[in-house]
Design a protein. Structure first.
Length: 311
């Protein structure tokens, strides 16, 4: 099979394939990040969402594997943003996306000011959708707060920056978030974060499977694929053309990567399946994607990106 052209562009950065790790997946420590740098068919590296101060996260067990996906309530464990900002300024093997989160608007602004003042010229992604910090709502479900925060960010931030969104479920909410985002020069949206808040029940033990928050947590993996595809599609139909989309959620096969791109994704990130299968998943997904493209006669991702047909 001849190799297809899988290159893709995001924020004027060229990636030599469409696949990324989902933030939080094998990207917290120096060792994990080095593994990602050495992973074939992983086109770029997304860091664990970084906060102002280091965090150990929630109590364990805080991740649980299911036949149909996963539930997590990690609680933003990370080494603090100086570590990740340092890392992205040194990493040269692949393009990076520096993911940033905050426990308050002030925290976010302080971190982003340092990113702005640093030598980092790559892409930053503001996580507006962590479902797992007790007492802290997912910012992007509050359209007024999201607009206010973005106004404060773009008052000083001039580097490429996108946002990570939670899943939306109502068409009116797609309209509302798109109306906010279209007013700012954001490079991309990454959609979707895990579906919060699910609850998995172990019937035999008659109890929940994760400890934090009484067992409530973010759902990922195969069970969220239709939700992720709906968000990619609905946002592609509403966002300015200049805003790229990273499709995240539910990818277990090359066909799922194809479906994300068909719905309009520029890049696709993989979370739960990496934990289930290991970093070799990127080779398998790429082979499967290329086989589908060969069968359909497509030479590049732009041949079918966003071309989903309606009945
Ligand atoms: O709990 C977490 O660290 C976490 N889990 C997710 O599924 N999504 C997140 O965005 C996140 C923390 C930022």
């Amino acid at each position: 099979m001849t190799k297809k052209n899988l290159t893709t562009q995001l924020a004027q950065v060229t990636f030599d394939g469409p696949l990324l790790n989902a933030s939080g997946i094998h990207c917290q420590t120096k060792e994990e990040l080095a593994d990602l740098a050495a992973t074939s068919n992983l086109a770029g590296i997304v860091t664990k969402s970084a906060t102002l101060l280091p965090r150990t996260g929630n109590e364990s067990p805080r991740y649980y594997d299911l036949a149909y996906g996963s539930i997590n309530s990690m609680g933003l464990p990370n080494l603090g943003y100086p570590f990740y900002l340092d890392y992205v300024q040194q990493e040269t093997a692949k393009p990076t996306i520096l993911s940033v989160a905050g426990l308050s608007a002030e925290d976010v602004l302080e971190v982003l000011m340092d990113v702005q003042d640093s030598d980092y010229q790559g892409i930053t992604e503001l996580n507006l959708s962590c479902p797992n910090v007790p007492g802290k709502p997912q910012t992007a479900y509050d359209f007024v707060a999201t607009r206010k925060l973005l106004e404060r960010v773009f008052a000083f931030f001039t580097k490429p920056i996108g946002v990570k969104l939670p899943p939306y479920f109502d068409l009116v909410h797609f309209d509302q978030i798109a109306a906010v985002l279209n007013d700012f020069p954001i490079t991309h949206v990454n959609t979707v974060n895990s579906v919060g808040n699910g609850l998995v029940v172990d019937v035999e033990k008659e109890q929940v499977v994760t400890k934090p928050k009484g067992g409530f947590g973010g759902l990922g993996g195969a069970m969220i694929l239709p939700t992720a595809l709906a968000n990619v599609r609905a946002l592609r139909q509403r966002l300015n053309e200049s805003i790229a989309i990273i499709g995240t959620g539910g990818v277990t096969s090359g066909a799922d990567v194809f479906a994300h791109i068909l719905c309009g994704a520029d890049m696709v990130s993989v979370g739960t399946q990496v934990i289930k299968e290991g970093l070799g998943v990127y080779d398998r997904l790429t082979e499967e994607l290329q086989a589908i493209m060969a069968e359909k006669g497509y030479e590049s991702l732009s041949d079918f990106r966003g071309q989903l047909r309606e009945l």
